[in-house]
Design a protein around this ligand. Structure first.
Ligand SMILES: Cc1cc2nc3c(=O)[nH]c(=O)nc-3n(C[C@H](O)[C@H](O)[C@H](O)COP(=O)(O)OP(=O)(O)OC[C@H]3O[C@@H](n4cnc5c(N)ncnc54)[C@H](O)[C@@H]3O)c2cc1C
Length: 553
């Protein structure tokens, strides 16, 4: 009951029951550009569901009630189970129902692009439950190297019926998989792995080993199986390690504890030990790193997609709030400097969406036999480190600025209701895991050593040639820089410059002229160190109108 002390006014309303797809013009245009035949009805349905009050409630609860480890039962037996809030399971079931995991591998051309856009939309609802979903999507190309296991697991990994039960894989309606590379002494440099795999015979799944050792980061330990790196006499090898063995025995994997993380609270990230755990070889002995990187390359795609989704969510919240909140006699969204900030954020968000979805198309085309010239495969190799590096690097900076648009309310979480704070805590993760920024930039240098890479970049940027003088100058300078570049210390600069060129070229093709012009004017001419530095004369109104969910619903 009100005590009559004051009325509450000039607070914005919750951003809820918004169709996140129909409200996102940038995503729709990028999706159409990369896959003209996309299923619009599927996206309208997904967008409504992801923006619904019910799904937002699940997202809040799954984060507020973080997973708990049950290491032992009350009699002292090891249990090694993680218990989740029912909302976590509801979200995961929705992710599988919307085919965000292994489904695209057995679908028609375009399925990877649709899945990528759907992944972005889901991220706007809740990103951290997508960790096992992403790994289950990414595992297929690596797992195919063991045809016997793949034959038995592929259907479960592509099933849209999530099954949370801890049962042997044959008894489940849907399966998920994770990955174990990082150990205490090294994550980027996995060659430092000490976990040992001892040969144990052969069976229907091929060469069987016993793994003894540990993993320092082992996310989603309730997945049904993992690809794990361990040392064999031939060197680091990739092995398939199920949590429950085909005969129903629980594998010798002990969950030591769950990490207490800055964000990503709905997802369980554990430390584990293997005590002669049973695993089967995937690919060639001693070739574990390239084998598991076939998986890592796709989770890197998801880092870029996820960050683009988080950016879009943060932008929507900023536009929504500033469109309602008044200060100094008018709405914040009408204040000239706030307009500059909002428009600049909108440019960044659309550029991230464009680059991430273009990478998804490169994956799709190169997987679906639509790449006779090999251009898409080359682009996929180049864009993976570029997009992962640059989009994820911009993410935290973006979240801070979007949070500031909400003032003090942006910094307040209030038992998970303050979604901006959750976004802010989640953002740095995509930049760190699956290869931190420097590792991505170094990987770009490696990728550029292959033949025809500079030509692939030139071809990709060609549609924007002569559209903006500054872009032409930057392209010429960057191509010169690539030629003969070996200096590691300059790799980040190169990754940034290439990302900006590719983003500009994409914006030219499927964003508005106002977006393209402002992007070129602001990203190439001056160091974009702070948002809100768009030069005088920028058509900020046109950019904001295009980005604003209020225009679309
Ligand atoms: C929440 C969370 C969940 C995770 N889940 C998993 C999981 O499920 N499975 C898994 O295997 N791993 C997982 N990881 C681990 C993650 O992939 C690693 O943390 C990451 O790869 C970095 O490895 P590291 O922590 O050992 O850091 P390091 O390798 O020590 O790197 C530290 C810093 O040094 C930089 N660096 C390294 N080498 C160079 C170089 N040559 N030149 C310049 N700079 C360099 C890196 O870019 C980084 O910034 C998870 C991490 C987090 C935070």
């Amino acid at each position: 009951m009100s005590r009559g002390t004051h009325a509450v006014f000039n607070q914005s309303t919750p951003f809820v029951d918004i169709n996140l797809f129909t409200a996102n013009r940038a995503l729709a245009d990028a999706l159409r550009f990369n896959h003209a035949g996309f299923d619009a009805a599927r996206f309208a349905k997904l967008g409504a569901e992801m923006g619904s009050a019910e799904m937002q409630r699940h997202a809040r609860l799954a984060n507020a009630f973080a997973p708990q480890l049950r290491s032992h039962d009350r009699y002292g037996h090891r249990v090694d189970q993680v218990e989740f809030h029912p909302s976590y399971h509801a979200l995961l079931a929705a992710a599988l129902r919307h085919r965000l995991h292994g489904a695209p591998w057995s679908a028609a051309a375009g399925a990877h692009v649709e899945r990528a856009a759907a992944f972005m939309l889901f991220t706007e609802c809740e990103p951290s439950v997508l960790c096992p979903v992403s790994m289950s999507y990414a595992v297929t190309p690596a797992l195919r190297a063991n045809a016997a296991i793949y034959a038995e697991w592929a259907a479960g990994l592509a099933s849209d019926r999530y099954d949370q039960r801890f049962l042997p894989f044959q008894e489940k309606t849907g399966l998920t998989m994770g990955m174990g590379m990082t150990e205490k002494q090294g994550g980027s440099d996995v060659r430092a792995n000490t976990s040992r795999a001892d040969f144990d015979g052969e069976d229907a799944w091929g060469r069987r080993y016993r793994i003894t050792g540990h993993k320092w980061f082992f996310s989603a330990p309730m997945c049904d199986a993992f690809l794990v790196l361990a040392q064999t006499p031939a060197g680091l090898s990739c092995l398939f390690l199920p949590r429950i063995l085909p005969d129903g025995t629980v594998n010798a994997l002990a969950i030591q504890r769950l990490k207490h993380k800055v964000g990503n609270h709905a997802n369980a990230s554990s430390e584990v030990e293997f005590d002669a755990a049973c695993a089967w070889l995937v690919g060639d002995e001693g070739r574990g790193v390239p084998q598991i990187l076939a998986m890592g390359a796709l989770t890197r795609l998801d880092c870029a997609l996820g960050t683009a989704g988080l950016m879009r969510h943060a932008l929507s919240l900023a536009l929504h709030h500033t469109g309602q909140r008044q200060a100094f006699g008018r709405r914040l969204a009408e204040q000239p400097m706030m307009k500059n900030v909002l428009a600049d954020l909108a440019l960044e968000s659309e550029a991230a969406t464009a680059l991430a979805l273009r990478l998804a198309r490169a994956v799709d085309r190169s997987e679906n036999g639509q790449d006779a010239s090999g251009h898409e495969a080359r682009l996929r190799r180049l864009l993976t480190p570029i997009a992962k590096f640059w989009i994820c690097k911009r993410g935290s900076h973006f979240a801070q600025e979007a949070m500031e648009c909400l003032g003090g309310n942006g910094y307040v979480e209030e038992q998970g209701e303050g979604v901006m704070a959750r976004i802010y805590r989640e953002m740095p993760l995509n930049s760190i895991w699956e290869g931190a920024g420097n590792i991505m930039a170094l990987d770009l240098l490696r990728a550029l050593r292959a033949p025809e890479m500079a030509g692939a970049l030139e071809h990709e940027v060609a549609p924007a040639r002569h559209a903006h003088a500054v872009l032409d100058r930057s392209l010429a300078a960057t191509l010169r820089a690539i030629d003969g570049l070996t200096e590691e210390a300059q790799a980040r600069r190169l990754a940034r410059d290439l990302a900006l060129l590719l983003q500009a070229a994409l914006l030219r093709q499927h964003a508005s002229d106002a977006v393209f012009d402002a992007f070129c004017a602001s990203r190439f001419e001056a160091a974009a160190d702070v948002f809100g530095l768009l030069p005088a004369g920028t058509d900020v109104d046109a950019i904001i109108t295009r980005a604003n969910p209020a225009q679309m619903v």
